[in-house]
Write a protein that binds this ligand. Structure first.
Ligand code: SF4
Length: 393
């Protein structure tokens, strides 16, 4: 379960006012004492994340957020961090203290959650502290809510069952190779080994494609770029060649035109995002000028070398393409600018293998709402190499 990439697990966020018992419910669901639970307002600061195997559904990621209605000095910062989580989650749990009902923040929460079309479960906690009359009133008014009493642990099982019933197939990412290669078909993965390649392993997008091939009864072969020509000669029919985007141009020259060719990043653009938005967005580079601001979104932290694709190769290629110098800003992991994104002429996203589909889709929606074009590394590099049409066929 821990080996399942975080980006492949549905993200479940816990929200509520401080001291609604949110963190206690989080601990009860995951069966561990992870959050800082305290009667002191604002004791949960940064969101706490925990993976768990939620049987029979599978691995999920729980995110316990800082509470709303925080009256400490750090309140605004905590509330900002809580709101920032909403576009990244697949399902929300909102916990309300039955003995201290406050709906103002709940209404703020529901308006935000509706904006991103996300399901939520309303939970009334501490029902053992209210009278039967009050409890029946709440049950009548909120028939879909879950009612939790600290004296009755069975309520947590009911909650887990409700979560599972909402985590149906629509929260599972589609297959990476869906409808591209038939069962029993062959794919050839091209992986350059350079200073960027981690020692002793291959990177997550390559691992995920191999796993997807295994799940779909597709044979996968993996070669270095230097072995590509001889491998194509030696292997029987190859249905699809998948290359690292950085060597697209070289690979395009070697792979015969009757064999489909794409990149890992383009496959992820198709699986996680909205590839048509990325294809439309890439056209913007034709109208970029010196001094324009570009937002680069990378979904994981890594050390930077002189061959880094996002910090070096793409900026160099883009500056060369426009014959000038662009300004590049970087945001990492789930970080996304809150304001002034209209100062960017283009947003360029990495393959996003470490984030969930919901996060990527919501980022595309935010950009579209503000008329800011968005594309991704693979689409951009294919465009700059003059082989976009082939790579997206
Ligand atoms: S930068 Fe993006 S595509 Fe590359 S490994 Fe990290 S999350 Fe995956």
């Amino acid at each position: 379960m821990e080996n399942t990439p975080r980006g492949s697990k549905p993200h479940i966020g816990l929200f509520g006012n401080t001291n609604s018992g949110k963190s206690s419910i989080f601990n009860a669901i995951i069966g561990q004492d992870l959050s800082i639970t305290s009667p002191i307002n604002g004791s949960t600061s940064d969101p706490v994340k925990k993976s768990m195997e939620l049987l029979p559904f599978g691995p999920v990621l729980f995110i316990d957020t800082a509470g709303f209605s925080d009256n400490t000095n750090l309140a605004d910062k905590r509330i900002d961090k809580t709101i920032e989580i909403i576009p990244t989650i697949d399902l929300a749990l909102y916990i309300m203290d039955s003995s201290d009902l406050k709906f103002q923040n709940f209404h703020i929460f529901t308006s935000k959650i509706k904006e991103f079309n996300t399901n939520y479960i309303l939970i009334f906690n501490k029902v053992d502290k209210i009278s039967d009359i009050q409890l029946n009133y709440l049950k009548d008014k909120y028939p879909n809510a879950i009612f939790i009493s600290s004296k009755d642990k069975n309520n947590i099982i009911t909650l887990q069952e409700e979560i599972i019933s909402l985590l149906d197939d629509k929260y599972k990412d589609p297959s990476i190779l869906l409808n591209l290669v038939p069962s029993g078909g062959n794919i050839l993965l091209v992986v350059p080994i350079d200073s960027e390649t981690p020692k002793g392993r291959i990177i997550l997008p390559q691992v995920q494609v191999i796993r997807d091939a295994l799940d779909n009864n597709i044979n996968s072969y993996i070669v270095r770029d230097t072995q590509l020509k001889s491998s194509l000669h030696n292997l029987n029919k190859i249905d699809l060649v998948i290359t690292d985007s950085q060597i697209f141009k070289e690979v395009d020259k070697i792979v015969p035109s009757n064999i489909k060719l794409t990149s890992f990043s383009i496959l992820f653009a198709r699986q996680k995002g909205d590839i048509s938005a990325f294809i439309k967005g890439v056209e913007t580079i034709k109208s970029l000028n010196t001094g324009d601001n570009i937002l680069m979104l990378e979904s994981c932290t890594h050390n930077i070398s002189h061959e880094d694709i996002g910090r070096y190769k793409i900026p160099t290629a883009l500056n060369k393409f426009i014959g000038g110098s662009l300004n590049f800003d970087y945001k990492i992991s789930y970080d996304f600018p809150k304001d002034n994104i209209d100062r960017y002429k283009l947003v360029i996203h990495c393959g996003g293998c470490m984030i969930n589909r919901k996060t990527l889709i919501n980022r595309i929606h935010i950009c579209e709402k503000q008329n800011i074009p968005i594309t991704n590394y693979g689409i951009l590099l294919a465009f700059l190499s003059g082989i976009l049409d082939r790579a997206i066929k």
